[in-house]
Design a protein. Structure first.
Length: 143
């Protein structure tokens, strides 16, 4: 006949599992606090922009079609052939409501100093506060 003996191995395994689970939850909580306490900068504005060409007057037009208002410090880079023109919204904006922002329905007009017929034309609009590209498009393929 065998004699039954009591061992403490079962309790030891339960205690170690509970301790491991507690340590894991604590580390996850601390890591979560550290990661979400940082600010990750400003988010880019959400704006829909449409760009067109008026070849009769050699004018490039960019219209604010929808979304957030844009600052006057927003950069506009226009490439015509091998020439790059860098402007600010404040230089090109037709501010119809005089609120010093580029809003829905307002347009930018860039009068090209050279003929734009049969030239490569690319337009890029960059928000300087968030350093993000709001629009980049090729309006016309060159020869």
């Amino acid at each position: 006949m065998r004699k039954k003996t009591h061992t403490q191995y079962g309790v030891s395994e339960i205690v170690s599992t509970v301790l491991l689970l507690g340590i894991s939850i604590t580390l996850f909580g601390v890591l979560n606090f550290i990661v979400f306490s940082f600010s990750f900068g400003t988010s880019p504005p959400s704006a829909s922009l449409i760009s067109t060409i008026d070849q009769a007057t050699d004018t490039i037009i960019i219209e604010h079609y929808n979304g957030d208002s844009l600052n006057l410090t927003t950069d506009v880079v226009i490439s015509i052939g091998n020439t790059i023109y860098r402007n600010r919204v404040s230089d090109l904006l037709l501010d119809t409501n005089n609120n010093q922002e580029w809003n829905f329905g307002e347009k930018l007009q860039f009068q090209s100093p050279e003929s734009i017929i049969d030239k490569y034309i690319q337009v890029t609009v960059v928000d300087t506060s968030s350093n993000s590209i709001l629009l980049t498009t090729v309006l016309q393929e060159g020869p």
